[in-house]
Design a protein around this ligand. Structure first.
Ligand SMILES: CC(C)(COP(=O)(O)OP(=O)(O)OC[C@H]1O[C@@H](n2cnc3c(N)ncnc32)[C@H](O)[C@@H]1OP(=O)(O)O)[C@@H](O)C(=O)NCCC(=O)NCCS
Length: 172
């Protein structure tokens, strides 16, 4: 299993993975997925877990502005003055579920957020995944409005990101 940055060439396989794990109302178009990979600050990457050519899982997340409402299946425009990490979508192929792949991808995404100086992560739990996200330290946030496209059970969740300590200076 290899974890690497998600790239535009992965989009067709992401579309197939979405079709495997989400009901059709929660599928995003290839164009939208591409924008969510690309319209991000320099140095930011979403993550793919692969075995050979096979996309086993992906975690799509990016810096976001807490005052904006996350949207489902909506082209991402590059935002400035981002103050939170938004974990948009984590999907694991059924054959690879339960092996800690999502845990590993989410941990790396949260770490990357902290390295970018973000001190909070948010997400919208769909399809009853609230219990899964609470294992990662997310708690239901004061509602605000959630885009109805996420489904009637969608819950906005949030957690703090621990600051990254500066690297100790190497001894001379
Ligand atoms: C939810 C999902 C990302 C978990 O991926 P994974 O790689 O299997 O997760 P991990 O291996 O890190 O964790 C597995 C554990 O989480 C639990 N879990 C999985 N989905 C869960 C859910 N919806 N609610 C609560 N717990 C859940 C499993 O039962 C397992 O528990 P165990 O460790 O006690 O056996 C994956 O099942 C998936 O892609 N689901 C469909 C898409 C989805 O709902 N994504 C989240 C949208 S917000």
């Amino acid at each position: 299993m290899c974890i690497r940055p998600l790239g535009p060439d992965d989009v067709p396989r992401m579309v197939a993975l979405q079709a495997e794990v989400y009901p059709s109302g929660l599928h995003e178009s290839a164009q939208v997925l591409s924008s969510k990979i690309s319209a991000v600050p320099a140095g930011w990457t979403s993550l793919a877990a692969t075995q050979g050519e096979h996309l086993c899982a992906y975690a799509l997340g990016y810096p976001w502005r807490a005052d904006l409402q996350p949207r489902w299946n909506h082209l991402l425009a590059r935002h400035h003055d981002c103050d939170v990490l938004y974990v948009h979508d984590v999907a694991v192929s059924v054959a690879w579920a339960g092996k800690g792949i999502a845990r590993s991808l989410v941990s790396q995404l949260l770490l990357q957020g902290a390295r970018f100086g973000l001190d909070r992560a948010i997400l919208i739990a769909v399809e009853g995944a609230q219990g899964y996200w609470s294992r990662h330290g997310f708690v239901a946030a004061d509602a605000g409005q959630v885009d109805p496209a996420f489904g009637s059970e969608a819950v906005l969740m949030s957690r703090r990101l621990d600051p990254i300590s500066p690297e100790p200076l190497a001894r001379q």
